[in-house]
Design a protein. Structure first.
Ligand code: GLA
Length: 346
């Protein structure tokens, strides 16, 4: 049985206490989540020898999370994971302007997304449920969005994240978590040797602003083909324009089934399997990490020191009627589930 406890992690300038909730499995493996941004702060799991290591990037204290340079380490992302072109979309004939935080683009919910909000936490379903009410018009999005994200972690080392949301006005929503993984351990170097398999025959190519062009392109014969295991770094420097735009991988995959991806680290013997109900997966190879941030262990995070696999609807769907819909209407419930399973191999 998982034990659950909470401790103060820090204080906001206005005195609000940020809590750290820790879910600990029988083995000692543990996941910690902050009420700031419903953020996964640490994931301690065993390697092939049974030694626990923290496999997610993060900061030791709250100051790191409040710093605008924090690139969404472990954050819950909302209301809209990834990009909305021009920070604008039209729904039911009405045009909405979302706060732009990457040139003209709205990325990860705008200037102050769900990653920069205080969530309230309570025990639920054997884990912790984080709740946040986003007022009508926040960051430009229509509708009051009642949101909850429930984290559970069991003795099989399954980290399950259940997202729910309801609205009082038609809106768009796509929630995800932006954990950065390094299965050797955070701060140990690049993930170029990690072996990745993604269950996708197609991906959505991007333009120079990292916005999907609208095309849905076969991965076959490209560096985007991860249908069989490939080292993440093997094709990173191929002369491919898509890799040029992203400074590496920063692309949405069109998932072909519930098992989205498997990552194997030959060094530690750790393996991560990701299952999801979502149609898309953003594979980001940590391209914008530049050595300026210091993580939990005090080490610098440089380019390629971690990867993210963000389960989601496709980027810019509010402007792409041909992509799976992200519209949520009053009376309907948005639901999304992603399970991260940590195992080992010899
Ligand atoms: C997502 C985006 C990337 C980058 C990171 C955060 O993965 O697709 O382009 O913005 O978030 O740095």
């Amino acid at each position: 049985m998982t034990s659950i406890d909470s401790t103060p992690f820090g204080e906001l300038p206005d005195g609000t206490v940020i809590e750290k909730w820790t879910l600990t499995a029988a083995s000692g493996a543990a996941v910690s989540i902050l009420t700031w941004g419903a953020t996964i702060q640490s994931v301690l799991v065993p390697d092939r020898d049974g030694t626990l290591g923290n496999v997610t990037l993060g900061f030791a204290g709250l100051a790191g999370y409040l710093d605008p340079a924090n690139p969404y380490f472990g954050s819950t992302i909302g209301r809209y994971g990834n990009r909305i072109a021009g920070g604008t979309f039209t729904l039911d004939g009405q045009t909405h302007k979302i706060s732009q935080n990457e040139g003209q683009t709205a990325l990860h919910g705008g200037v102050r997304g769900f990653d920069k909000r205080v969530w309230s936490a309570a025990r639920a379903d054997g884990g912790v449920r984080m709740s946040y009410t986003s007022p009508d018009g926040e960051e430009g999005f229509p509708g009051t969005l009642e949101t909850s994200v429930t984290f559970t972690f069991d003795d099989e080392h399954r980290l399950r994240i259940d997202y729910r949301a309801t609205t009082d006005r038609a809106t768009v929503v796509s929630l995800t978590n932006h954990a950065y993984w390094n299965l050797t351990g955070e701060g140990t170097g690049t993930i170029n040797d990690h072996l990745l398999r993604i269950n996708a025959e197609h991906y959505t190519p991007i333009d120079e602003d990292l916005i999907p062009t609208g095309a849905v392109t076969p991965v076959a014969g490209t560096p985007f083909d991860f249908r069989d295991f490939h080292p993440i770094g093997a094709r990173l420097r191929d002369a491919d324009q898509q890799l040029g735009y992203g400074l590496g991988y920063d692309h949405n995959y069109v998932l072909a089934g519930r098992e989205a991806a498997v990552v194997r680290d030959p060094r530690s013997g750790r393996q991560l399997t990701i299952e999801t109900t979502e149609p898309g997966l953003q594979f980001y190879s940590g391209n914008f990490l530049d050595g300026k941030l210091r993580g939990v262990s005090g080490r610098q995070y440089r380019q390629g020191d971690a990867f993210a696999l963000e389960t989601q609807h496709f980027p810019d769907s509010p402007n792409r009627p041909d992509f799976p819909s992200t519209v949520l209407r009053p009376g309907d419930t948005y639901g999304s589930t992603t399970i991260h399973t940590f195992t080992t191999f010899a």
